[in-house]
Design a protein around this ligand. Structure first.
Ligand code: ADP
Ligand code: MG
Length: 429
């Protein structure tokens, strides 16, 4: 409980002496002062002590000092004070312990007490200076509470931090494991890929080799057929003629298959290179006419190849590759068209491009099948009964890559097909 400041006592010249000075000091001190004799009786009690303890001075004078202490410490205090009287010295009281004093109303309050003494006629008197430390104590306990809270928070933060570190360590471990696994599967995949590549190379080398080896016996079959025809002369049986014709047809079909295999083999080995040359407009038209003539023996009755040429400038291209592309497109048009309908080949030049289209009125290609047309060995469902390898269009697309050209298709099932190739025709190339 805060103590009310008291009015300063006026000191005049007449009463100015030592006794007064001491009295003023004693009564106006802002600290409680309790004086006891050797039996512990209170013999003096200043005004500040009155307000601290709630006792009027008269009420405590003559009582032992324990009246100002909680009952629980009375006994020990008597011992302490007797000890002090035996060996008095100025010191603070209750070192290392919390001291409590008791007011008249029985309430207690924390105090700090320092002791001193004096002697009069061999009698020792003890002076106790009492400070109420309630406010300081509550600050201290607040600070203690805050320190504890701080410690608790810091422990929690430390724990969170440790948890987090553990989590990071776990995740890092998991990540590392996943990475190792990934690395492992990458290696496995790479081995599998190498094996696959090796196998595929082996296959295509075998196909190329086999195709080469088949060429000679096929030529022998073909030439022997001609010789047989010749030896038999005019008087041959119509059935013999029919069979010789079949042999020639079968050999021609096989030759086409071998040509496809050989072309693909060369492409995959990277052996096909472009040889660009300038071709005057007229020469290209002549070349196309001659090429179409080569197809005459293959045409079905009534089938007709019609060339519409609008080539009005020179062309810069690889003649051999262009020829191969057109042979494939025209032979497809013939193969997949019925008799009695024309096949129209249109060639034109414009805006630095050469465009050639092959249009037939044959079986057409479904939208679904059109997606896969340029894949190796792909054949549309409606072509199952017509001979072929499914390599021709793939080879065309590879040649067009080399020539930096494109191909597009317009077709619908049973409504014919138009394949159009577009090649750059820049004279400055
Ligand atoms: N003019 C066409 N008319 C209809 N279908 C075609 C035509 N050209 C190509 N196709 C379809 O595309 C497939 C692939 O053609 P291609 O690669 O030349 O193989 P192939 O001629 O050996 O069958 C053919 O099997 C056929 O189904
Ligand atoms: Mg073909």
């Amino acid at each position: 409980m805060p103590v009310q400041p008291r009015k300063f006592m006026e000191i005049t010249d007449t009463n100015y002496n030592n006794a007064h000075q001491f009295q003023a000091l004693f009564n106006y001190a802002t600290i409680g002062i309790v004086v006891t004799n050797h039996t512990g009786e209170i013999i003096n009690f200043n005004s500040y002590a009155e307000s601290q303890f709630g006792y009027p001075k008269a009420e405590v004078i003559g009582k032992t000092v324990e009246v100002l202490l909680p009952a629980a410490v009375h006994k020990t205090h008597v011992n302490h004070r007797e000890q002090y009287y035996r060996d008095p010295a100025p010191r603070s009281m209750g070192h290392g312990r919390d001291l409590y004093a008791q007011k008249k109303d029985g309430s207690t309050f924390p105090v700090e007490v320092s002791l001193s003494h004096y002697a009069v006629n061999n009698q020792i008197f003890v002076i106790a200076f009492v400070i109420d430390i309630t406010v300081r104590k509550s600050h201290e306990s607040m600070m203690l509470e805050q320190t504890r809270e701080l410690e608790r928070v810091s422990t929690e933060v430390k724990k969170l931090n440790a948890d987090l570190e553990q989590k990071v360590a776990d995740r890092t471990k998991m990540l590392r494991e996943a990475l190792t696994e990934l690395e492992h599967s990458k290696e496995e995949l790479s081995v599998a890929l190498d094996t696959e590549k090796e196998l595929s190379e082996l296959k295509s080398r075998f196909v190329t080799m086999a195709s080469h080896e088949f060429r000679t016996p096929l030529s022998t079959i073909l030439s022997s057929t001609y010789l047989l025809e010749k030896y038999l002369g005019d008087d041959q049986n119509p059935k013999t003629e029919k069979h010789l014709q079949r042999i020639r047809g079968a050999v021609a079909g096989m030759k086409n298959i071998l040509e496809d295999f050989l072309s693909l083999g060369k492409l995959e080995e990277g052996l096909v290179q472009t040889r660009m040359e300038h071709i005057p407009a007229g020469t290209l038209e002549k070349m196309l006419t001659e090429l179409l003539q080569e197809f005459e023996p293959m045409l079905l009755p009534g089938q007709k190849l019609q060339l519409i040429s609008k080539v009005d400038c020179a062309v810069y291209t690889d003649v051999q590759l262009l020829r191969n592309i057109l042979i494939n497109l025209v032979s497809n048009a013939i193969k997949f068209s019925p008799s009695q309908v024309p096949i129209i080949i249109t060639a034109s030049t414009s805006d630095n491009v050469l465009e050639i289209s092959v249009q037939d009125q044959g079986i057409g290609i479904s939208v679904d099948d059109q997606q896969h047309l340029f894949e190796r060995f792909f054949r549309a469902k409606n072509a199952a009964n017509i001979q072929g390898t499914g390599l021709g269009l793939h080879i065309i697309s590879r040649y067009l890559d080399l020539l930096k050209g494109t191909i597009r298709l317009k077709s619908a099932l049973n409504q014919g097909s138009t394949f159009t190739i577009t090649l750059p025709n820049n004279q400055m190339q």
